[in-house]
Write a new protein. Structure first.
Length: 264
């Protein structure tokens, strides 16, 4: 359990020393439970799927992300807090700066995350030069799922692995403080992590990344529409809640709830 606020400097210093722990949070209730138990909390745009009930992350707006980020911020005192910039909010450098500013003006997020390729070098540099702490998300990029025709694992071929290493190096050069690597082979996750000086956080990217992140509703068994290979379930949240809601409904039907003790 963290007893103080996690800083960017402390996160950077963990590379090669201690694994970084991270999980998503989308609301104050969960953020309150997770805060301080992991180094990083990410208000991920994956909320558009697990919580919004959509098939992808693409129709999420900046305003919706800010709403969720504000809620998480209210509960977080210890973990380092990163907010995802949604699809379409950073097409040009000008729009990226404008929308990133909204995150910093309206929330207390410590950093922002953008899904990028090497072509976004100048955009990421402009954000960093302006004082934004940026995490670059590479590999499988869910915001590209319609372009890619689904969620496709990357880095299987040597050329693709080399491209990803080049991209990570460019993002480091641009000023990103960390790289989130999603959906690549274990070898590619290892190669990227070895090639750069800033920390890598992996999701479906093998054990050699500097840290790991999971989407909380996957990790705790609340989202079971599909289960990617990289997810480990730490509890069966859906069954637990199903049992609880059925017990509650049964008690109401049978007048077992509320009891006199629960009445005024
Ligand atoms: O939106 C999200 O939850 C993510 C995951 C890859 C961690 O970016």
């Amino acid at each position: 359990m963290l007893d103080k606020k996690m800083t960017l400097g402390q996160l950077r210093a963990k590379k090669g020393v201690e694994k970084i722990t991270a999980i998503t949070a989308y609301d104050a209730l969960m953020a309150h439970i997770f805060d301080g138990e992991v180094d990083i909390l990410l208000v991920g745009d994956s909320l558009n799927m697990s919580f919004g009930g959509n098939n992808d992350t693409l129709n999420l707006t900046t305003e919706e992300m800010i709403y969720h980020t504000k809620a998480v911020c209210r509960a977080v005192k210890h973990s380092f807090l990163i907010a995802d910039m949604p699809f379409g909010s950073y097409i040009t450098t000008k729009e990226a700066l404008k929308n990133a500013r909204k995150f910093y003006k309206h929330t207390r997020a410590d950093a922002i995350k953008l899904e990028v390729g090497i072509e976004k070098y100048a955009l990421i540099k402009a954000l960093c030069d302006e004082g934004f702490a940026v995490m670059a998300h590479i590999g499988l990029k869910p915001q590209f799922m319609r372009f890619d025709g689904g969620f496709k694992i990357k880095g299987k071929q040597e050329a693709q692995c080399n491209e990803l290493i080049e991209c990570a190096l460019a993002m480091q050069e641009a000023g990103a403080f960390g790289i989130l690597i999603e959906g690549v082979t274990k070898q590619t996750g290892h190669a990227i992590t070895q090639a750069i000086k800033i920390p890598t956080i992996g999701i479906g990217a093998g054990v050699d990344c500097d840290g790991q992140i999971l989407v909380w509703s996957d990790a705790f068994g609340f989202f079971d529409t599909f289960q990617p290979k990289f997810v480990r379930r730490y509890c069966d949240g859906k069954s637990m809640l199903k049992e609880a809601i059925r017990a509650y409904a049964k008690d109401v039907k049978s007048c077992a709830f509320p009891s006199d003790r629960e009445s005024y």
